[in-house]
Design a protein around this ligand. Structure first.
Ligand code: NDP
Length: 326
């Protein structure tokens, strides 16, 4: 058996974490031979609820669960951390403007970025789930100057999974037949689900559907799926968000499938003309615990316009928190 690794989950008493922690402890994220120590962070008022979650984790008697830490201190939570899933974030309250939401989250994610810088493993892999995820990831990254910026990522895998399912259902195929789909940009309603390179059972997806469905149905359905789930369920998606977080980390740590790619919000190096330093979702392949942006994807005029719109939104979010960035 391997030596245990330390996995931080923040917002650990929340809904997403309730679907996430048990699967991590069962080995679904890092493999059935990888013991984990769960280091769970919550705000002080939620510590009692977190204690209940820890009791349930105990009661599962997971063979791979090598230890647990429950704390409201980021400096304790991130100590020697190898992986971090930043789920806890400030939800939008009544009358709250986008700028207020960004500022409230900037306060949370700057503290966590500093704690990562001061206490985590130098090889830590960070995934931000809490919204606005891309900008929260940027804030954490900018507060951790001693950690390689490539180690901070934001989740667009749920959007990727949603898009794969919509396309599989439309074409009468299964999820296993859908390859090379891309979510570009921000995890928000400006995201751009691109199927121009996508193959469905080996055939170009774009030849199987018509442009009216792509623009008028597929893209808005993927962009607004979160709201549709809230309306149907009376609560936001939690299990599917947790599942996407597991897939993102699993693929980053253990590698993506040959002949396919995934969507990840990552530090832009200027690929595809996207401003350097933004956390932008690109097509990525992962190998040996590292990711790289897939190069050479052809960008037509339709795609460029949508990629630029979501880039502009991310630049505006970054500028709105500029005073709070070191
Ligand atoms: P959830 O667990 O449902 O959601 C947590 C975050 O994930 C939210 O920012 C949410 O964004 C985001 N998210 C990203 N993708 C999705 C998706 N597809 N569907 C739904 N949510 C998504 O929230 P809870 O309120 O149940 O739990 C949050 C917990 O975080 C609370 O226990 C709170 O105490 C804690 N918290 C902890 C902090 C810390 O550890 N320092 C700081 C702040 C809060 P959106 O709001 O847009 O739905």
């Amino acid at each position: 058996m391997k030596a245990p690794v330390r996995v931080v989950v923040t917002g650990a008493a929340g809904q997403i974490s309730y679907s996430l922690l048990f699967r991590i402890a069962a080995g679904e994220m890092l493999g059935k031979d990888q013991p984990v120590i769960l280091q769970m962070l919550e705000i002080t008022p939620a510590l009692n609820a977190l204690k209940g979650v820890a009791m349930e984790l105990d009661d599962c008697a997971f063979p791979l669960l090598a230890g647990m830490v429950c704390t409201d201190d980021a400096n304790v939570a991130f100590k020697d951390a190898d992986y971090a899933l930043l789920v806890g974030a400030r939800p939008r309250g009544p009358g709250m403007e986008r700028k207020d939401l960004l500022a409230a989250n900037a306060a949370i994610f700057s503290v966590q970025g500093k704690a990562i810088n001061d206490h985590a493993s130098r090889d830590i892999k960070v995934l931000v789930v809490g919204n606005p995820a891309n900008t929260n990831a940027l804030i954490a990254q900018r507060n951790a100057p001693d950690i390689n910026p490539r180690q901070f990522t934001a989740m667009t895998r749920l959007d990727h999974n949603r898009a794969m399912t919509q396309l599989a259902q439309k074409t009468g195929k299964t999820i296993n037949d859908v390859k090379k789909l891309t979510i570009w940009g921000n995890h928000s309603s400006t995201q751009y689900p691109d199927i121009h390179q996508t193959l469905v059972d080996g055939t170009d997806a774009i030849s199987l559907i018509d442009q009216a469905w792509y623009e008028g149905d597929f893209i808005p359905t993927v962009q607004q799926r979160g709201a549709a789930i809230i309306e149907a369920r009376g609560a936001s998606s939690a299990a599917s968000a947790a599942n996407a977080a597991i897939f993102h980390m699993r693929d980053w740590a253990l590698g993506t499938e040959a002949g396919d790619w995934v969507s990840m919000g990552v530090y832009s190096d200027g690929s595809y003309g996207i401003q350097e330093g933004l956390i932008y979702s690109f097509p990525c392949v992962c190998k040996d615990g590292d990711w790289e942006v897939v190069q050479g994807v052809e960008i037509n005029e339709f795609s460029r316009e949508k990629m630029t719109a979501t880039e502009t939104e991310l630049a505006e979010e970054r500028d709105a928190v500029a005073d709070l960035l070191p």
